[in-house]
Ligand binder design. Sequence first.
Ligand code: AMP
Length: 401
Amino acid sequence: MKILVLNSGSSSIKYQLFDMRDESVLAAGSVEQIGEPGSHLSHYVRTPLAEMEKTIRTLPIPDHRQGFELISAILRETGALADTGELRGIGHRVVHGGEQFKDPARVTPAVLAAIRALIPLAPLHNPANLLGMEVAMETAPSVPQVAVFDTAFHQSIPPHAYRYAIPKRLYETHQVRRYGFHGTSHRYVAKKAAEFLEKPLNTLNLISLHLGNGASAAAIQQGRCIDTSMGFTPLEGLIMGTRCGDLDPAIIFYLARETGLSSGEIEAILNKESGLKGICGVNDMRTIGEMAGSGNAEAQLAVAMYCYRIKKYIGAYQAVIGELDGLIFTGGIGENADFIRAGCCENLAHLGLEMDNEKNIGRRKGCFALENRTSRVKILVVPTNEELEIAEQTVVCLGAE
Ligand code: AMP
């Protein structure tokens, strides 16, 4: 059973083709710089020796429709897919599902309209996601399509955690509340952690830390998300590559008064020039680790601030979640940066978290555990796989019809 997963951005479409019988990746790639000079296709296909063979083509790709047709053609040419009719379904990543979408949804005109109505909440992402769905539906009309939402996993968060302490009319009229993002990743790693621990997910209390260029924490009680660090937008919460995370909102008004910067300019500073980059000039954690190791004080401060913020969330979530079973690290930083994992767990023995420093060194394949023998809480590295989760959700959604 083949499932194609599409992640459509404003100028790119990323794709992965899965054989769901064994969850293997048959092909993957992206079309990038759509409508711009230098537009190109990168395609990887699994060879009979189970290696991935790469093709790159630079050619004009004027719009998403041509991009999708190119993807269908290269899947055919490389033998990964004889015809789109061979697909059981297409799963689409959709960033914002608002309060309406608590689960994946079969794409229908009504669902497209509902996603369109949510554009004000995700003006950069939902339009591009919609475009991907529309083009795929036009080009492959007989293939069932499913929208999988980044916000859906967080829809179990109760009002006392998702409401902000601002006038209720702003929630009722303008939908201002915590939504949270990275839900597909948090859901996937929680599921994998449960498999690794050989316990049903609905018996586990977990804190999941998705630490990539964007970063967020999720508090998962008995398998359901009860709080998350990203909020109305992905700007809130942990320190990220270029986003500030938690901030006194009065800073924005102060900056506007003192500097004359517009709200758009301040928004750009907080999203694109802040976080790790704002603290030490660099947003790549590999480079920051090297700089910190060779004595750069700003990089050392960036690492200290990054880990301190995470520790505050671990403490806060432990307070509301009850007895914690596991702490999960995932994302490019969570999976690879041992010095960050060590910094986040340092001196947390009083909360039941004790890392074995030897086990923490480096990265291994698949899930692995980092806690020592006396730790009450399991500390796990779980590689995320949002595309596979979208494919699995697509199968579940179509199977339930
Ligand atoms: P993601 O957005 O999940 O791809 O994660 C990107 C982040 O992971 C960047 O900050 C990378 O520097 C970081 N990263 C990837 N590999 C490593 C590594 N081996 N050590 C430290 N950070 C890494």
